[in-house]
Design a protein around this ligand. Structure first.
Ligand code: HEM
Length: 346
């Protein structure tokens, strides 16, 4: 159902929406300075994802109050929420549950208005309104609101941390950053006109840089499954009730699979077989039945944001500081992610 709403026709519209949102957001950065890149990209990704995945009405309602509700909802995304029962009277759980109710009631109004409207939009909200289960039943307002929230949150931390890490890899390797800028001109034209989806697909160096960022900094470090029935995995017997974990972080660094495993080398993907033919050597988006459904959207979003940023600014590390990893957050974010930037002259 959700996959139907993440298709190429929609991505074609998303590129210009994301480019415009990025230009507008970064106006506040001015000519040059030093700013927290991760914070900025987290805010921008809420705006772009809300616009593309929720539709223009919900994006239009996104003011500071709604942003605070998202922040409260997000505040419940902690190790405590993973391990403890959701009904515990912790302040962060209460704020999360209140924000959840309030966001849903905002969404209900938009959903109702859309249901009554004569005109049909071409977006995810419309896809969910028009969808039905196998037995023919349509989705309720509550189910649609829940799915919209789920989509936003599934892509929020993953895309914002990945975008921030990509920025730091490019700032550390100025030669690659300049090649990415040159690629913008080579693919899109010297005068850098507005981006299109077809051009985005041809930005192959930027693509490889993103791919390599996801290898070295996969936002989801571990995936877990519980065995419901006795299972046998890689020669081990897993009794019912036991968990099996797979870690992209580990698989992505195995020396048997990857040459110079810890180095940022986007050109490794020019080879046919960069991971020695291992099937699960590269799994930033998971694998199997619950594999990520947002991979293509994430690529469109992050590549559009970084194309726009590379055209606007040149980025540098400050005193050669490349962020260490903050292992205390659910998704491992960069520590002190401040970057130096200077506007480019065309
Ligand atoms: C760089 C960006 C992203 C990364 C690295 C990523 C990674 C992942 C991974 C590893 C999983 C599987 C989790 C598991 O097996 O337990 C997953 C699931 C999922 N992702 Fe993403 N994701 C990203 C962006 C997005 C975006 C933008 C969306 C929405 C548009 C999204 C929607 C989902 C959903 C709905 C699932 C659950 C699928 C299911 O359970 O069947 N993701 N993601």
């Amino acid at each position: 159902m959700l996959k139907t709403g993440l298709n190429i026709a929609q991505f074609r519209q998303h590129v210009s929406v994301i480019e415009e949102e990025t230009k507008e957001y970064f106006k506040a950065w001015g000519e040059c300075g030093e700013k927290n890149l991760f914070e900025a990209l987290s805010e921008l990704i809420i705006l772009t994802a809300s616009h593309c995945l929720h539709g223009k009405e919900i994006r239009g309602l996104l003011d500071e109050k709604v942003a605070q509700l998202y922040a409260d909802l997000d505040g419940g995304f902690t190790h405590a929420a993973w391990l403890l029962p959701g009904w515990l009277p912790l302040p962060s759980f209460r704020r999360r549950d209140r924000a959840h109710r309030e966001i849903k009631s905002i969404f209900y109004k938009v959903i109702q208005k859309r249901r009554q409207s004569e005109e049909k939009e071409d977006d995810m909200l419309q896809t969910l309104l028009d969808a039905s289960y196998k037995d023919g039943r349509a989705l309720t307002d509550d189910e649609i609101a829940g799915m919209l929230i789920g989509l936003l949150l599934a892509g929020q931390h993953t895309s914002s941390t990945t975008s921030a890490w990509l920025g730091f890899f490019l700032a550390r390797d100025k030669a690659i950053q300049e090649q990415c800028y040159a690629e913008q001109k080579a693919v899109c034209g010297e005068d850098l006109p507005p981006l299109t989806y077809d051009q985005l697909k041809d930005l192959s160096l930027l693509d490889r840089c993103l791919k390599e960022t996801l290898r070295l900094r996969p936002p989801i470090m571990t995936m877990m499954r519980m065995a419901r029935t006795p299972q046998s995995v890689a020669g081990y017997n897993i009794p019912p009730g036991h968990q099996v974990c797979v870690s992209p972080t580990v698989n992505h660094r195995l020396r048997d699979s990857w040459n110079e495993a810890l180095d940022f080398k986007p050109d490794r993907y020019l080879q046919d077989n960069p991971a020695a033919g291992e099937k699960f050597a590269y799994i930033p988006f998971g694998a199997g039945r619950h594999r990520c459904i947002g991979e293509n959207f994430a690529y469109v979003q992050i590549k559009t944001i970084w194309s726009t940023l590379l055209r606007l600014y040149e980025f540098d590390l400050i005193n050669n500081y490349f962020p260490t990893i903050n292992y205390t957050t659910m998704i491992h974010t960069p520590n002190n992610p401040v970057i130096r930037y200077k506007r480019r002259s065309l």
